[in-house]
Design a protein around this ligand. Structure first.
Ligand SMILES: *Cc1c(COP(=O)(O)O)cnc(C)c1O
Length: 456
């Protein structure tokens, strides 16, 4: 088979500013050893997130010029609405300025003390919005998804038996909805199978529960279904997406992921009364229902991005380029979540740096060294992000200690990725020199964004 190439040519470029190792040591120290606090201009290859970092196509930029900026009923809204409906089939499409705005609206209305929500794994902002409302968020990931070294095609699946037990335990009247995150971002970008979606739907139906998708990476999930699940090889990605959404009663979406834009999101639903309540809140927090915190030009870019993201040459390149980085690391013996996920490679920090205990944040240590070694910015997804404290102020560590290298869509070429692999491999060779970190400043919620650290 021939090399899978980037399915685009480059029309506009953005120069990268080079730094020396000495400069980076100083920059990192000044940022309190938290890469979120480093200026982007001081980063060579930025794999902090795949969110809002996509390169837009010439057709999307043309859409930016076409944007209708009318306050109400803009042409661009109807284009956006019809592009989202084509994929979701949902009755009400509510634009929001990003994914968490959709979550905030949905969970302010459905959440509150005494309520429970379950998911394969809630993403951090989703969990935060549920907990902020006073409700509880419960993750019910299948067992294999908790073992980074075990290969399985759909490690993002929800444990259906655990779901049934959960419903019995807390009572269906206290569960406003069940959510499936596709692909499972916090669990390694692993896909959810169509069979699992169907089974979860069955349980929801039996118990009169709503099923929602956290749809951020719906197209990547659909491509995995096409590649890995029986019966889908000859279906188009669009058809697979439509089937996935057909089982759901609604979705929250960050267009900063699989709509290939830099800002935007939506909340889609079918229930008339819930939609009315959501739109009322939208007007208070985001704006009129035909723009929801976005400019007309953003709605145009999303509509066009949704056409491009289901293109199978794009998805083949997308999934393969992530896998390519994963294979290079595995070839050097680096422990990662296997198989590679859709949008990112996740290093298993517990096995990478087993000499650093969880309360000294092994993932943070690796993240810092990747920056010093090669100016590569990654993010810790472990006890910094998900750790909690017990009543004695002792850390309750996260289930996994991961370092995520998220690949922005259509931004970096193969040589950039080769460079990243070299930096990670060099860091791995010198892993015995990695030191633990302690937190010297933190906020009560989503502390990873602003925390400051000190090497031990
Ligand atoms: C990014 C993301 C969100 C939140 O979306 P924002 O646009 O960043 O607010 C929610 N869920 C998942 C799975 C995500 O990846």
């Amino acid at each position: 088979m021939k090399t899978i190439i980037e399915p685009f040519k480059i029309k506009s470029v953005e120069p990268i500013r080079f730094t020396t190792k000495e400069e980076r040591i100083k920059i990192l120290e000044e940022a309190g050893y938290n890469p979120f606090l480093i200026r982007a201009d001081d980063v060579l290859i930025d794999l902090l997130t795949d969110s809002g970092t996509s390169a837009m196509s010439s057709d999307q930029w043309a859409g930016i010029m076409r944007g209708d900026e009318s306050y109400a009923g803009a042409k661009s809204f109807y284009k956006f609405e019809s592009a989202v409906k084509k994929i979701t089939g949902d009755k009400f499409i509510i634009p929001t300025h990003q994914g968490r705005a959709a979550e905030k609206i949905l969970f302010s209305i459905l959440g509150g003390p005494g309520k429970y929500f379950a998911s394969n794994t809630f993403f951090d902002t989703t969990r935060a919005n549920i907990e902020f409302s006073g409700a509880e968020a419960v993750d019910l990931l299948v067992e294999v998804g908790k073992h980074p070294e075990q290969r399985s095609p759909f490690k993002g699946n929800l444990d259906v038996e655990a779901l049934e037990a959960f419903i019995k335990k807390v009572g269906k009247e206290n569960i406003p909805l069940i959510m499936l995150t596709v692909t499972n971002n916090s669990g390694g970008g692993q896909p959810v199978s169509m069979q699992n979606i169907r089974e979860v739907k069955e349980v929801c139906k039996k118990n009169d529960l709503h099923l929602f998708l956290d749809a951020c990476r719906f197209a990547e999930n659909a491509y995995f279904i096409k590649m890995r699940e029986d019966g889908y090889k000859n279906k188009s990605v669009l058809e697979i997406c439509q089937e996935m959404f057909s089982y759901a009663d609604g979705s929250t979406m960050s267009a900063k992921k699989d709509a290939l834009v830099n800002i935007g999101g939506w909340l889609s639903l079918n229930d008339d009364e819930l939609a009315m309540k959501c739109r009322n809140l939208l007007i208070v927090t985001e704006g009129f229902p035909t723009y929801g915190g976005l400019a007309g030009r953003d709605l145009e870019a999303i509509a066009q991005g949704l056409e491009e993201v289901v293109d199978e040459h794009y998805l083949q390149y997308r999934i393969r380029s992530t896998e390519y980085l994963g294979e290079k690391m595995l070839g050097a013996g680096i422990p990662i979540i296997e198989p590679p996920g859709g949008h990112a490679i996740y290093i298993d920090a517990k096995r990478f740096a087993p000499h650093i205990p969880q309360h000294q944040y092994p993932g943070q240590s690796i993240v810092c060294q990747l920056y010093i070694e090669g100016g590569v910015r990654a993010v810790e997804i472990g006890s910094v992000m998900f750790g909690k404290y017990d009543n004695d102020e002792q850390l309750i560590p996260a289930m996994m200690e991961l370092v995520r290298l998220a690949i922005p869509r259509r931004v970096y070429t193969q040589s950039h990725i080769d460079y990243v692999a070299e930096v990670v491999i060099e860091t791995y060779k010198n892993r015995n020199n990695l030191k633990g970190y302690e937190i010297i400043y933190e906020t009560p919620m989503l502390r990873h964004f602003t925390a400051k650290f000190k090497p031990i």
